[in-house]
Design a protein. Structure first.
Lengths: 202, 221
């Protein structure tokens, strides 16, 4: 029989990690699911809209992302890593699928200025303390990203937000494949070094 | 296992960025399955890449998105086990009640026939105080026996109906009761003329020439 778990309260919710909440989602706990939505929906929508360039389409992708989280929760393996990358990966892939169906390239990832691309406006419904805390974190992350070379940033952008393979990045940027490898590797290494802590603690 | 520089330096970053072909991704998966240290390094890269997502401007979804999503989740939830059990029990009870009602309706239909004469049967020995029956003779002469709370007979036994004329019992055939002890038995081709009493006996399978053990007996007052 499925273990009966008490409903989550505001008191306990803040102390549960994403992975702990996810184990409750696997046991079909809608309260845990809702908490994961509240925690990450705004970031995911930001990523998705950045890829598809349309808020309404982005909200559809967001809903489908969370529906998959609910329906395919048992496919998440905490041993392979934290929840956030897994969740972001679902959203990103769905967004890129939409983009490919529309045969539209991710202009947002290529043409906007750095300032616009890393605009850090908090979500309007963030509570003030959470928004302030997040703003500090994001400012720190933005500084770390800003310390990367433009070439390293571009490789990361084209891969993550553009959905390009390493070979496509090499062709798009007219760069040898080996250089693309180096830029990606160093870009991620530098990002971690400048953040100075494991990013899952951010 | 030795570190594979090509996989870790060239493919790992793009695995984390989700920018590998399916074949390349499968190659990485196969490599880390047998290499826990490499798997840990890849996991760290995945966390690094999550930072990229969090550098995008967050956008608060419209409240309707969450409302629709939670409604979808609620509709997908199975009924709670306790509630499901209760529903199953109520359905089962409802079926029993409907069956019982159908039997009573059928009995009432016989009792309510114009010109019908009905009398009650009971256990003359008093050993089966809840066992009871009615015999209805319709205006056209058809005789119907209704019994309740007669325990189902043991294997090799049956109930037999008797029309008693004077002191002489005339077999009216054997009949079965359902698990709840009920039966509605219409006697085919009852003998012409009135009978003085009606009995039900417990007999060996196939019935007897004479009643062995009378369990219900009654006569028109």
């Amino acid at each position: 029989m499925t273990e009966t778990k008490s409903p989550l309260t505001d008191l306990t919710a803040g102390h549960l990690s994403d992975e702990q909440l996810m184990s409750r989602v696997v046991a079909r706990d809608p309260d845990a699911f809702e908490l994961l939505y509240d925690r990450h929906a705004a970031v995911i929508l930001g990523v998705v809209v950045r890829i598809v360039g349309d808020r309404a389409v982005g909200e559809e992708v967001l809903q489908e992302t969370y529906w998959r989280l609910w329906n395919q929760a048992d496919t998440y393996d905490a041993a392979k890593g934290p929840l956030r990358p897994w969740l972001y990966s679902i959203a990103r892939r769905l967004a890129l699928d939409v983009l490919r169906r529309q045969s539209v390239r991710p202009q947002a990832a290529r043409d906007e200025s750095e300032a616009r691309r890393f605009d850090l406006t908090p979500a309007p419904d963030d509570s003030v303390p959470e928004a302030a805390e997040r703003a500090i974190d994001v400012a720190r992350m933005r500084q770390a990203l800003g310390d990367l070379s433009a070439e390293q940033q571009r490789v990361l952008e084209l891969a993550y937000f553009g959905g390009l393979t390493r070979q496509e990045i090499a062709r798009t940027t007219n760069t040898p494949l080996g250089t693309v490898h180096t830029r990606a590797r160093l870009g991620l290494q530098n990002l971690r070094a400048r953040l100075g802590a494991p990013s899952d603690e951010l | 296992m030795d570190r594979n520089d090509r996989i870790e330096d060239e493919l790992f970053p793009f695995y984390a960025l989700d920018a590998l072909t399916d074949d390349e991704r499968a190659e990485v998966d196969a490599y880390v399955v047998a290499n826990p240290a490499a798997r840990a390094r890849l996991s760290a890269l995945l966390a690094d890449v999550a930072v990229l997502a969090e550098l995008s401007a967050p956008l608060a979804p419209a409240p309707e998105v969450k409302t629709r999503l939670m409604a979808r989740v609620a509709a997908d939830m199975p009924p709670a086990p306790a509630l499901q059990t209760e529903v199953d029990q109520l359905r089962s009870f409802n079926t029993i009640l409907l069956d019982e009602l159908a039997v009573r309706d059928e009995t009432l239909a016989y009792l309510a026939q114009p010109g019908a004469v009905t009398f009650a049967l009971s256990d003359p020995s008093g050993e089966r105080p809840t066992a009871a029956g009615t015999v209805t003779t319709a205006a056209d002469g058809a005789v119907t026996l209704a019994v309740m709370n007669l325990p189902p007979p043991e294997s090799g036994q049956t109930y037999q109906a008797w029309l008693i004329v004077g002191q002489t019992p005339i077999s009216a055939g054997t009949f079965a009761v359902d698990p709840s002890g009920r039966a509605l038995y219409t006697i085919a081709n009852p003998p012409a003329g009135a009978f003085d009493a009606f009995g039900v006996s417990l007999e060996p399978a196939g019935g007897s020439q004479q009643p062995t053990e009378i369990v219900l007996l009654g006569a028109e007052a």
